[in-house]
Ligand binder design. Sequence first.
Ligand code: BGC
Length: 359
Amino acid sequence: MKKALLLLSMLTVLAVGTFAQSVQVGIVLPTKDEERWIQDQTRFQDALKTAGISAQVLFSEKDSAKEKANVETLLTKGMKVLVLCPVDSASAAASADAAAKAGVKVVAYDRLITGTMNVDFYVTFDSFSVGAAWGSYLASQAKGTGNNLYLYAGAASDNNAFIFFEGAWSVLQPKIADKTFKIVNSDAAVKLQGKAELTREEMASIIGQVTTNWNPNDAKSKAESNLTKATAAQKGTVFILSPNDQTARAIVDAFAKDKAVKKAYSTGQDADKVSIQYIIDGKQSMTVLKDTRVLVADAIKTAISFAKGETPEQTKTYNNGAMDVPAKPSEVVSVTQANVKAAIVDSGYYPANLFKNLK
Ligand code: BGC
């Protein structure tokens, strides 16, 4: 009798424990080391409070093995929908496959999961437009011909790095062909400068040379070594395709230290708070606001429609090498000194008191 009671109480503890921890939606983000993903976490926490779903956010510390372990943990907690932003687009296929095998719907979040049939939806911004916005900004500031163009890119393991680059190339290539710009720091890009559209392999050859790995230290050392090799004529006024805010700050800081650089135009994305201050101060020229409130709302909406057995609304597909993944990309906004107050503060994205000298 005593034994039976003990067993019963143990089972109760187990059941209550499992119930208390169960999650309907598992969210896995790549790293806490970048403001971008902290923005997403915060916005998820805000939105989940009112959404009435049980969810948990886990971070993968830029490690695909940790990411796989996170997905396993969420599977044991009974998740029904996985919202995954992969550290590495290709490696994450294994997590998508494991989730699908357990009957879980797989939503790729911001970064596509590639090489698997097991992606049910892709919640994303219009990343081609992000790159096109960089190209348009740089082109709008260039006068005459022979302007120095420095190219940098994201991590080759992130499918987005290719889409951003493709968008940028679509605007910059004609401006290279008509001699407005002259590429300084990539002979692979120079070799391909006559081609309006690049294959994935061709893009990979350029990205391989100019990647920052989404890492500010790599970005800094790449910029420094480019500047060491550059001639005086390749300095003066420079145009920098810098791929996100964190790496942009590392790159513009490196350029600012070089006395021969007189004026630098640069790009970015994510509306990092520090970069918004850089833009106000004239140290970084622009960023692309990707409103994480919108992406989070899209992810929650998608998860809810899957939970109800419905099909989320799609406007486009993205090929991941194995299938066309349905998606409904959301819009992005270019931010420069001219519209920073309207786009960032008046829009309610960030409060004014975070910034100095905002006019
Ligand atoms: C995201 C960017 C982010 C970058 C580095 C990309 O996939 O779209 O917003 O800055 O990864 O984490």
